[in-house]
Design a protein around this ligand. Structure first.
Ligand code: NAD
Length: 453
């Protein structure tokens, strides 16, 4: 992983003054989740007078937070939850939007703005859909204006969904917490009342068995560590050539290692067999293994194209068929925690990227697969989602030449690269019982990349 010396410098006293005076990017040290530490350190103001506003204020109070409807002029605020769910015309938004504006000046570092609205597609009334869409535009723009490590994101409720559904609470808690440090300008849609609040918020995956592919290093190893911390038992998969590193990670997280090339015809069956033998169950699948073989399309050869498609998407389609045909895949779903599949996409798959026709095709394919498989998971009370990382500090991105890397790293609203743990936290959230109302979604962990979609 390459050091981000600019961010280190910008966080020294002298660096802060210099970067500010020269108008240079000011990457802040982001607030990240630590088990046992408070969810958020300061008051949370709930704006709006809708049904969701009172349901969410009650929910925040039940977590012992300092919940306010107003804030004194000298006070600082850590989070703002702005409820627009009853808006039926864009003109209805102004009062609450202007209140957010006032509070931004009092927001603490790594503060949070969270908008709550209804799904625009859930209505055919032009005025209502305009209001709901407008909330998304204002949320994205607010995210671009956040400072000092702050983020702005939205929760989008299906049309008739009760705002006290567990999925809404789960999304709210994730977005307030340090788990979402590198998620900004994004929306978490909650479509159903499925899911459940965990008994212990620090161990939401207790009793679950998860498989993570490509777990020997990078983002995969970080996913393994975070799922372990959150209570899951782990099966770690990687190619035989990475066997030693895989064993080391497996030891660290008290998991079992399975040396396997996921492009093998029977990869899904091999994972199921291993799960049956060593763990007796399988609840969570994280399709993380992925490769890049970059070339401009004019110079693309068959092997580069085919290998990326085979590893990044065809293998996942094949393994999912095996998992969904098996009784072992969350056979004894307890309560509302059905099976979970989370797949790694990429912002390249959304915006495209020069030299990455093969990679972007595979990652866009992942997003298509995820949305098309949601119904099959729903039949088992489960979910499938994708996570699309932007620039993440890994061995992969450390190989990018210095100047290109420095530009790529700064081109997002947080002016820095994300860490593997940021991707892992989002995956763990989507794997958790409290995310049971969200399926078929691609959630970006990109600090609101300024390039592309
Ligand atoms: P990495 O190259 O560091 O690690 C990938 C792991 O997958 C390696 O351990 C590798 O051995 C394993 N793997 C590759 N082919 C395999 C196969 N056929 N069978 C089993 N294991 C295999 O990559 P990373 O940066 O940690 O990325 C992890 C995932 O995140 C990938 O899907 C990648 O496309 C995605 N992603 C990464 C970034 C980033 O900035 N690093 C950005 C967007 C998306």
């Amino acid at each position: 992983m390459a050091r981000d010396t600019y961010t280190e410098f910008a966080n020294t006293g002298f660096g802060r003054t210099l970067t500010k005076n020269l108008g240079l990017p000011q990457p802040a040290k982001l607030r990240r989740h630590r088990p046992g530490r408070p969810l958020i350190d300061g008051p949370v103001v709930v704006l709006g007078s809708s049904e969701a506003a009172s349901a969410l204020a009650d929910r925040l109070l039940s977590w012992d937070l300092d919940v306010r409807r107003h804030l004194g002029p000298k006070e600082k605020v850590a989070g703002v939850v702005a409820c627009f769910d009853s808006a039926s015309s864009p003109a209805d938004l102004s009062e609450t939007v202007l209140e957010i504006g006032m509070l931004l000046k009092q927001l603490k570092p790594s503060g949070r703005v969270i908008t709550v609205s209804r799904d625009p597609q859930g209505t055919s009334d032009p005025s209502v859909r305009a209001a709901r869409s407008a909330v998304q535009g204002l949320t994205r723009s607010t995210a671009h204006e956040m400072r000092a490590g702050g983020t702005a994101n939205g929760i989008v409720l299906a049309d008739e969904l009760d705002p006290s559904a567990p999925g809404v609470a789960g999304a709210l808690r994730f977005l307030l917490s340090g788990r979402s440090a590198f998620v900004s300008g994004q929306f978490i849609s909650v479509d159903s009342v499925n899911g459940a609040l965990p008994q212990n918020w620090d161990r939401p995956l207790q009793g679950q068995v998860a498989v993570v592919t490509g777990a020997a290093r990078g983002i995969g190893a970080s996913i393994a560590r975070v799922l372990h911390r959150d209570g899951a038992s782990l099966i770690l998969v990687d190619i035989p050539a990475a066997g030693e590193q895989l064993a080391a990670v497996a030891n660290e997280v008290s998991g079992t290692a399975l040396q396997l090339d996921i492009t093998a015809e029977n990869a899904g069956e091999r994972i199921l067999g291993h799960a049956r033998q060593h763990h007796g169950r399988l609840d969570i699948v994280v399709h993380n293994a992925g490769i890049t073989r970059d070339k401009l399309l004019a110079n693309m050869d068959e092997s580069r194209w085919n290998s990326v498609i085979a590893v990044n998407i065809e293998s996942q389609l094949r393994m999912n068929r095996a998992f969904l045909a098996s009784d072992l895949f969350n056979s004894d779903a307890r309560g509302a925690m059905g099976p979970r599949i989370i797949s790694l996409a990429s912002t390249s798959g959304i915006a495209g990227n020069r030299g990455q026709t093969n990679y972007a095709a595979s990652k866009a394919g992942v997003m298509g697969m995820v949305s098309a498989t949601a119904d099959q998971l729903a039949a088992r009370h489960g979910t499938i989602n994708a996570v699309a990382p932007g620039f993440i500090e890994t061995e992969m991105t450390a190989k990018i030449p210095f100047a290109t890397r420095e530009v790529a790293r700064r081109l997002n609203s947080l002016n820095q690269g994300g860490l593997p743990v940021d991707v892992a936290e989002t995956i763990s959230f989507l794997a958790s019982p409290q995310a049971g109302g969200t399926s078929g979604l691609t959630l970006r962990v990109c600090g609101q990349n300024l390039v592309g979609a």
